[in-house]
Design a protein around this ligand. Structure first.
Ligand code: PLP
Length: 439
């Protein structure tokens, strides 16, 4: 056997070789097709092989692909920053472009700390996150993540940051009923702030809808309003990690729009380029930038590829495509249709304990006993088995929540926003078959 050179996620596993993609389908080199019901890692939001994006990519490459941000700015980068500011909740944001969601959340963390430093406040350096959270794999982003399985190996290198209870009504961390809970999960943030002291805390970070660490967990209405009020009361910035929820995925351009909350900082990634090129962004509100503009005038971060015109041009074309076709509205409508289809699948599959999500960011929680909500033992490896069975049937779904304290087994279903009703039916029937085979 010839030796291999590419480090793959699981070194000993066999991965099919991709040949090409079109719409919601991917095709491997042996001609097998896959319905991409997870948009990869919730990324390929407009589907594969879209000609408009390919044209924009080529047009920019013919002008210039790369310039270094400390030497030049570019029209696409300037336009993209302006466009994101116009789109984001409450507007008036600056953009700092990076290459991955991890860099975007880590940059948000750094800007939050710098915001306080520029005002002479040196002790506010901690960022609070939630136990069920994933904000990225780089060390700063991982420090802010509660995802135990992804942290474990690097604990000596990570900062121990405070974690609060997640808004996870299906398995309420306080064992309360949603109708009478008084939003104890939001109050937990205030409890932790008081325990640690607001003078040590720069920011609170949260994914509007918990993705990889929960499987499309939607908080109860009123939760984010309460969180924002707590942050304001204690002088703490609020960071929305919209890496997974941003850019139309949940039926609105930004997840926080569902709750009318304007975060101080926003991290974007994934859907920002719909996977056509690596780009991510940290958005900072005018009032966050003010002390930096009045002080050092430099945001102390940056990467070689930050704000490169090629990625920015692609991202602009993706935004044109999404807005031109009203894909946020489509995500809401198709999402409702897909949710109903998944609920129908769940009726005949007792191992599906919960169907949830918003727009086209949906999740299924898998349980050994539906009435008692008993999770499967980790040794059963149910999520992985389901993901593998689905793939064998030509359906891609995304494993979530594994190895996260307090979370059950879950998968994310998040197809491209352009999915048709017929493709939703096909998705549901392949999923149903796969679930029956692992039951
Ligand atoms: N934040 C959230 C909410 C994510 O879901 C992810 C990735 O799954 C990240 C951050 C990290 O993004 P990336 O993998 O692009 O570094």
């Amino acid at each position: 056997m010839t030796r291999e050179h590419l480090i793959k996620p699981l070194l000993t596993a066999h991965y099919p070789t991709i040949a090409y993609g079109k719409g919601v389908f991917l095709y491997d080199s042996e001609g097998k097709s896959y319905l991409d019901a997870s948009s990869g890692a919730v990324t390929a939001g407009i589907g594969h092989g879209v000609q408009e994006i390919i044209d924009a990519m080529l047009a920019q490459a013919q002008k210039v692909s790369f310039v270094y941000r400390s030497q030049f700015t570019s029209e696409p980068a300037e336009q993209l920053a302006k466009r994101l500011s116009d789109l984001a909740p409450g507007h008036d944001y600056w953009s700092f472009f990076v290459n991955s969601g991890s860099e975007a959340t880590e940059t948000a963390m750094k800007i939050a700390i710098q915001y306080w430093q520029e005002q002479g406040v040196r002790g506010k350096t901690k960022v609070i996150s939630r136990r069920m959270s994933y904000h990225g794999i780089t060390l700063g982003a991982l420090s802010m993540s509660g995802h135990v399985a992804r942290r474990r190996r690097f604990i000596p290198l990570l900062e121990e940051l405070p974690l609060v209870a997640p808004p996870y009504c299906y398995r309420c961390p306080f064992h309360l009923e949603a109708s009478s809970c008084g939003m104890a999960c939001a109050d937990d943030l205030e409890t932790v702030i008081k325990r640690i002291g607001a003078e040590h805390i720069a920011a609170f970070i949260a994914e509007p809808i918990i993705g990889a660490a929960g499987g499309a967990v939607v908080p109860p209405d009123g939760y984010y309003q309460q969180i924002k009020a707590i942050c304001e009361r204690h002088g703490i910035l609020m960071i929305a990690d919209e890496v997974m929820t941003g850019i139309a995925r949940t039926g609105a351009m930004f997840g926080m729009e569902h709750w009318g909350v304007e975060p101080d900082l926003i991290a974007l990634g994934k859907g920002l380029s719909a996977g056509y090129t690596p780009i991510a962004a940290t958005l900072a509100k005018d009032h966050v930038m003010e002390p930096i503009l009045a002080g050092s005038k430099i945001v102390m971060s940056g990467h070689t590829f930050s704000a490169n015109p090629q990625s920015a041009a692609v991202s602009l074309a993706v935004l044109d495509y999404i807005e031109g076709r009203q894909l946020a509205k489509a995500a809401e409508e198709k999402g409702r249709c897909l949710l109903q289809a998944l609920e129908r699948v769940a009726e005949g599959c007792p191992i599906i304990g919960d169907v949830r999500g918003k727009g086209l960011l949906l999740g299924l929680e898998l349980v050994a006993d539906r009435a008692a909500k008993t999770p499967f033992a980790p040794a059963v490896g149910l999520t992985q088995r389901l993901v593998e069975r689905a793939m064998a049937k030509g359906l891609l779904i995304y494993p979530a929540a594994g190895g996260v304290e307090g979370a059950g087994d879950a998968v994310i279903i998040a197809p491209p926003l352009v999915i048709t009703n017929e493709e939703i039916d096909l998705l549901a029937s392949r999923l149903e078959e796969a679930v029956h085979e692992v039951m």
